[in-house]
Design a protein around this ligand. Structure first.
Ligand code: HEC
Length: 127
């Protein structure tokens, strides 16, 4: 059902990650990843695979996404990239993707390489 998209996720090749990096250019108007990524029009996406939906610190989510109540996995991300309204009705991401599942899978393979979810750094051990 998820075709090549899901295959890319099991063990993404470097070629798929590279393709995803190029495709992510369609997201960068609104989203940042990597060291120092900030929220923009959309939330930063570091560590998005496994991150709770609607949980980037200091980003003003729609109630729909803030209360989505799930953590992103690869399949949900691919589906959201394809049709965000179907996955989180009422969310405020307006993005007509015209992407194949294969391309969405490549983006997710790339996103998997980008950072970890923003958690406060562990306190330095005191001694
Ligand atoms: C026109 C701006 C825009 C573009 C382009 C865009 N997004 Fe978004 N995205 C948003 C906004 C705004 C939200 C927050 C939606 C909300 O709060 O309902 C969002 C939310 C998300 C989320 C949920 C984040 C979370 O913290 O739960 C993901 C994942 C995401 N976008 C991925 C992508 C990807 C991947 C692309 C490119 C294929 C993309 N977006 C393109 C504006 C955009």
């Amino acid at each position: 059902m998820f075709g090549l998209g899901a295959e890319a996720l099991a063990a993404p090749t470097q070629a798929q990650v590279d393709a995803g990096r190029r495709l992510f250019a369609r997201c960068t108007n609104c989203h940042e990843v990597g060291a120092g990524a900030r929220n923009g029009f959309g939330p930063q996406l570091n560590g998005i695979v496994g991150r709770k939906a609607g949980s980037a610190p200091a980003y003003a989510y729609s109630p729909a996404l803030r209360n989505a109540g799930f953590a992103w996995d690869e399949r949900k991300l691919i589906a959201f990239i394809g049709d965000s309204e179907k996955v989180v009705p009422g969310n405020k991401m307006r993005f007509l993707s015209f992407m194949s599942e294969k391309q969405a899978g490549e983006i997710v393979a790339y996103l998997r390489t980008q950072g970890v979810a923003a958690t406060p750094p562990a306190p330095a051990p005191k001694r």
